[in-house]
Structure formats: C-alpha cells, structure tokens
Design a protein around this ligand. Structure first.
Ligand SMILES: Nc1ncnc2c1ncn2[C@@H]1O[C@H](COP(=O)(O)OP(=O)(O)OP(=O)(O)O)[C@@H](O)[C@H]1O
Length: 214
C-alpha cells in the first residue's frame, strides 16, 4: 500500500507555484524534495501533510482520499500517523524537554525510548526547560517527540538545519532506520543536496514542475 499518494497537485498564491505534481511514498521509503528558495517546497510539504488544502488534484494518506475524510478521521490521522518536523519546533516552551516528550508518550501510548535520547545526544539535558536549550538541542527534542509518537509518515522541512554535519548524519540515519523498522516513510525538504541523495528518491521543484532526479 502507498503511505502517500498525490496526484496532479497544483498551487497558486499570487502566481502559479507548481502544477501537475504527482508523487508516491511507500513503506520503508524516503524521498527528498529540493529546489531553489521560493520554488514552493514548503508549500508542497504543507499540502502533502494536510496543513494546506490542494487547489487541484488529490492527496491520499494511508490509502484514503483526504478530501472525503470527515474532520474526526483527519484529526486522528494527523495525531497518530503523521509526524511533522518543521523549522518552527512547536515545543511547549514553559515545560522541560522531557515533559514535551511525555505529551507524545501519553497521546500515543508508547514509551520514551532511552536509547533514542542517547542517540540524539539529548539525554543529558532532558530535564531542562526548552527555553534553556540551544536551537540544535530543541530541534533534536522535537525529532525525539515525533519519533516517540511512532508515525507512519514523517514530513520534515530542513530537520537538520541547526545541526553540525556529524550530528545531521546521525539524525538522518536514525530516520532511515526508523522507517525500515516501522514500515514508515519520510518526505524530506532540504537545500542540502548531499543529504537529499541519501534518500531513496530525489525530486527537484523547478519551472513549476516536480522532476525526479534520482
Ligand atoms: N501563505 C502564503 N501566502 C502567499 N504567498 C505565500 C504563502 N506561503 C508562501 N508563499 C509564497 O510562495 C512562494 C514559495 O514559498 P515556499 O515557502 O513554499 O518556498 P520554498 O521552496 O520552501 O522556499 P525556501 O527554500 O526559501 O524555504 C514564496 O514566494 C512565498 O513568498
């Protein structure tokens, strides 16, 4: 089954950003979307992750057309099956990093994985308030929070933007292993070509179209 299937998606703000975008994501697969600044990568990611309605075309998540879904079903899919890692972290600032993870734990009934915290190198600062953490630490807490939820599809917009290369590579490996072990998939938006090419497939948004380049 496709985790995600987008057919003939188009979007226009003041001008046409892209049209006829068709894309599929299968279990255990990762895909990257690259392109110039302003080409519409984040907008496309918002459409694929249900944050923005497609003006044309169809998006199916877990085999279901989102246009035909009731509000409750859509909320449920968003809450349990989608993991969003965007540039703004949406962490609860008044709380500690650990309390932020507890929210995901309670929502999903999963436990917080100590090995995951070690691997993300946030185990030592997990009791600190989010506001006391560096940008890179906050980014890793938000990654830990998403993975604790055990989503079927990860949507990530520059998830390693605040990290040094070594840590970024470790985080990407974590994502790839997560997808394989959990029959999940990932859509990554990035400016980093090298990072993008670690994914199974790479697409470029250019001249208002999505071109597969790997
Ligand atoms: N809500 C909005 N209303 C109007 N225009 C918007 C809106 N969101 C984005 N845009 C415009 O759409 C274009 C594409 O934006 P988007 O953020 O999708 O590009 P991007 O490829 O992700 O860029 P970057 O690589 O710089 O993050 C930009 O020109 C932006 O100003």
């Amino acid at each position: 089954m496709n985790l995600l299937s987008a057919q003939n998606i188009s979007h226009t703000f003041e001008y046409e950003l892209f049209y006829d975008v068709t894309l599929e994501l299968k279990e255990k697969e990762s895909i990257a979307i690259i392109g110039m600044s302003g080409s519409g990568k984040s907008t496309l990611l918002h459409i694929l992750s249900t944050l923005l309605k497609p003006q044309n075309g169809k998006v199916e998540l877990l085999g279901e057309d989102i246009a035909g879904m009731g509000k409750k079903r859509l909320e449920k899919i968003k809450r349990y099956d989608l993991g969003l890692i965007f540039q703004s972290h949406y962490l609860f600032n008044g709380f500690s990093a650990y309390e932020n993870l507890e929210v995901a734990q309670i929502l999903s009934n999963n436990s917080i994985d100590d090995a995951l915290l070690q691997r993300l190198d946030i185990h030592h600062c997990i009791k600190q308030k989010v506001t006391e953490l560096s940008g890179g630490q906050q980014q890793r807490v938000s990654i830990a929070r998403v993975l604790t939820k055990k989503p079927k599809i990860i949507f990530a917009d520059e998830p390693t933007g605040n990290l040094d290369k070594e840590t970024a590579d470790e985080v990407m490996n974590l994502f790839f292993e997560y997808c394989v072990e959990n029959d999940a998939g990932m859509v990554l938006v990035t400016h980093d070509n090298e990072l993008a090419h670690k994914c199974d497939r790479v697409y470029k948004l250019e001249d208002k179209k999505l071109h597969q380049i790997k």
